[in-house]
Design a binder for this molecule. Sequence first.
Ligand SMILES: Cc1cc2nc3c(=O)[nH]c(=O)nc-3n(C[C@H](O)[C@H](O)[C@H](O)COP(=O)(O)OP(=O)(O)OC[C@H]3O[C@@H](n4cnc5c(N)ncnc54)[C@H](O)[C@@H]3O)c2cc1C
Ligand code: SF4
Ligand code: SF4
Length: 397
Amino acid sequence: MRKAEDIVENGLCLGCGLCEAVSKGKIRMTLARNGFYKPSGIETGQWDDVINKVCPGINVLNKNQAKHLSIWGNVLQVSNAWAVDAGLRRGASSGGVTSSLAIYLLETHQVDGILHVGVQEGSHLYNKLYVSRSREDIMRLCGSRYAPANVFGNIMHVLDTFSSETFAFIGKPCDIAALKNFIAVYPQYEGRIKFFLAIFCAGMPSYNATEKAIGTFEKDVPPLALRYRGDGWPGYFTVTYSDGSSCRMTYNESWGKILGHEVGFRCKICADGIGLLADIASGDAWNTKDGYPDFTETDGKNFCFIRTTNGLRLFEKAEKAGYIATEKLNIAEVKDMQRPQYIRRQIVGWRIAAVQILTHGMLNFQGIGFYRLALKANWWHGFKNACGTAKRLFRLK
Ligand SMILES: Cc1cc2nc3c(=O)[nH]c(=O)nc-3n(C[C@H](O)[C@H](O)[C@H](O)COP(=O)(O)OP(=O)(O)OC[C@H]3O[C@@H](n4cnc5c(N)ncnc54)[C@H](O)[C@@H]3O)c2cc1C
Ligand code: SF4
Ligand code: SF4
């Protein structure tokens, strides 16, 4: 059995907070110097068995397979979509579909609350899990936070406190893997999460990366608020200061030049940034120019992979009820919209193989099709990726 310390030492911890939850707070999530959360107080080994089963850093189990596993996984339907509410469409990260589906679920009383991440009150930087119960809550927390969050440290408390309630969960693909692993080990929570909505995710940058981006503005007043994007599409990385001033940079400058270069090791070997375990997974339906995404400001638009019949029912009903508008999308177009995801899906099996060899098989990734894809990729390119991953892993130790 793997020790929780091994997960951390091998760079496989995502700082999700489940260690804190399952140990009833005996293990605490702390913010490490590298700007990521990590569990502290794991020396006893008392929780190793359960952490081994729930940890999304080492376990991603896709039981949600349709007939085939293409590069994009199990897809029942693919569509472009956006929020009909123009304010939400503008304020959200992409087209506001994720928030619109959440609002639809609340306003039609299909769930009692939405579990999702947003910025902590009184902070411009730190994120935490919220239970949203109204359109206003959802709109306040919409948008992407390109930074860590202790998503699950409090999850048992939330589910036990509101013990008669059901929820929808919004999160990164690894958050969904975490919650599903957790429910498999604690069946008393089975049926409490009725919908899983994923946001596409290319990697989680550290808080230090956000500080670095803010630092480029060279202001000597404290930041009050930070929006990574949104208020347009993609919108600007915008910091508002206590003297009423604000500074901003484009999405290409923030994600493309700073944040995207500072994601953790585990994200580099992520085989599921595309929400394979979700009912619906949504990303940016970027317009493309010469085969690459074009970040010219325009009205926001998501593309959505509807992966389950539960998701399909939700999507169709939300459209019928006037919460989202949709248009047809040919799945072949997603390759250009999401080129980094496409390349990572093709090659990641080589990186995973390197980690498996060096950690004596710590990763338990099932049903996500990466080895098959890796064999179809260019082997020389794959081999170079495996060597690069091995080097990075050695440097961590
Ligand atoms: C770390 C990160 C990486 C991303 N990588 C990609 C990518 O590779 N490709 C792509 O197309 N898009 C990426 N996005 C953006 C996001 O997937 C899209 O914007 C998605 O289309 C959702 O858009 P929306 O308008 O429907 O979301 P909204 O309606 O604005 O809702 C966004 C939801 O995401 C939740 N959320 C925000 N930040 C986090 C977080 N850090 N952890 C968990 N939940 C969070 C919020 O609670 C909110 O409910 C990334 C976002 C993040 C946070
Ligand atoms: S359960 Fe979460 S916090 Fe604990 S080791 Fe795994 S990823 Fe890290
Ligand atoms: S890239 Fe993968 S592992 Fe990293 S935060 Fe995103 S979903 Fe999680």
